[in-house]
Ligand binder design. Sequence first.
Ligand code: PDD
Length: 284
Amino acid sequence: MAIAYLNGAWTAPRDAKISVFDRGFMFGDGVYEVMPVYGGKILTKTAHLERLARSLKEIRLETAHSQEDWSILLEQAVEKAGESNALIYLQVTRGVAPERSHVYLSAEPTVLITVTPFAPKTEQDIVCLKVCTKEDFRWHRADIKVTSLIANGMIKNEALSEGFDDAIMLRAGLVTEATSSNVFIVVGDEIRTPPKSELLLHGITRQEVIRVAQGLDLKVKECDFQVDDLESANEVWLSATGLEVQPVGQINGNQVGDGHPGPVWREMFQAFQKEKQQSIECID
Ligand code: PDD
């Protein structure tokens, strides 16, 4: 059952209401996290909470919640939802201001948590994505997980309207990330992904993919690359919570590899599933 928590009250998500003066609504002044729940367990919770703390610090938004408080709240939410597989959405905004003002007028942060059922894909369900490349015209702090996703939405929907599934974004000719995921390429025996910077989100799944790859003795290099490297790579993948690691079969109409999920992706996918299962079993 989907459930929402809003500033201390538990409701059905559709019944959760916020003020029009909430700065999250008026200014997109808030940050968020999306976390995976598998087998009733929140995976990579600490990493998500650390990134949340960093986002809050970067936008100078203080809340009374310690990491422990957040953790307890999330566990409660999962328990109330009673779903085995779900996605948790946690949003913190600068709260309800007395009036519309660019100045930060004192307000209690708004805290919203939703838990919604989610069906993870099996290897057989996975199909290769068709993506295009587009100019990354977002602001220069894409490393902060802010709720203002207008540019991501514009770029994604432009790609959809042109018949693609998504867009990989380029800034000054270099790949940053896709509209809601990080990008990996496989070149020979090496997996490459753009290095962490202020121009892309430091994805938790990205970090997991790197960790799993290293455990498989695959070479991983965090380095910049361009559209030509995408188009000539043996494999291209996108990574994100919920998506996990998804193969790309076409870039700008050009086939990647043989257009089907590649062997390195398959190895990664299977190892990822195994790691997930182990995490579910060892979190108490
Ligand atoms: N988005 N880059 C962007 C722009 C993203 O929005 C996301 C995730 C990622 C991957 O991050 P992670 O591996 O931590 O999920 C990269 C979430 C899922 C969303 O907005 O729904």
